[in-house]
Design a protein around this ligand. Structure first.
Ligand code: 5GP
Length: 207
């Protein structure tokens, strides 16, 4: 069968960098992308739906998923578990769909260990001040929480260089187009073209 596998990409970024908006816009604009739905032990926020935003689990259920190796990766983030269910992602990749995981950094690095051909994309605001302004404008956090998120962003800077691509989210449409270009290019990397390389090599051998 010559059908090409989809590519896998992880999108991470500082809290408030706008990664949720970017991923939403990307999936809305292009039909090429499937966004993985994570499992979590955190309670649903107002308006969130089971199986749409997350699969909501108890700690026991989540730990059972870990034991059964049903997750590609998982991490604890602010006292809750978050993880990526494996089967759906693998199935979509085999169907030829590009899959996006919007996950935090520890999880991103675990995915890279298990699936080295993944493209790790980090979204950052143009500067630290812009992140602070966005967190204030969002109006959902207290000053104390904003200070904590800024402190966490400061620590997370050390991990940016572990990513394959760094994209600035200054203008939403530009950011979405840049990520789309990265994913288009990812189809042509040597690690995502193993089957093609093998087929062409066989082709020439049999001449
Ligand atoms: P929130 O509670 O705001 O929805 O998400 C908190 C953080 O968890 C975000 O940085 C989000 O990207 C991350 N996250 C969501 N799903 C997963 C997942 O499956 N695995 C990991 N490692 N992080 C996740």
């Amino acid at each position: 069968m010559n059908r090409k596998k989809g590519v896998l990409a992880v999108i991470s970024g500082f809290s408030g960098a706008g990664k949720g908006t970017v991923v939403g816009k990307l999936a809305e604009k292009y039909e090429d992308y499937v966004v993985s739905i994570s499992a979590t032990t955190r309670a649903p926020r107002e308006g969130e739906k089971e199986g749409v935003d997350y699969f909501y689990k108890t700690v026991e259920e989540f730990e059972e998923m870990i034991e059964k190796d049903e997750l590609i990766e998982y991490a604890k983030y602010v006292d809750n578990y978050y993880g990526t269910p494996r089967d759906y992602v693998i199935e979509q990749l085999y169907l030829g769909n590009d899959v996006i995981l919007e996950i935090e950094m520890q999880g991103a690095l675990k995915v890279k260990e298990r699936i080295p051909e993944v493209s790790l994309i980090f979204i950052t605001p143009p500067n630290a001040e812009a992140l602070k302004v966005r967190l204030f404008q969002r109006g959902t956090e207290t000053e104390d929480v904003i200070a904590k998120r800024m402190a966490r962003a400061k620590e997370e800077c050390a991990f940016m260089s572990s990513y394959d691509y760094i994209v600035v989210n200054d203008d939403l449409d530009t950011c979405v187009e840049e990520i789309h270009s990265i994913l288009k290019a990812a189809h042509h990397t040597k690690s995502n073209s193993k089957a093609l390389i093998e087929r062409i090599s066989q082709d020439f051998k049999s001449m």
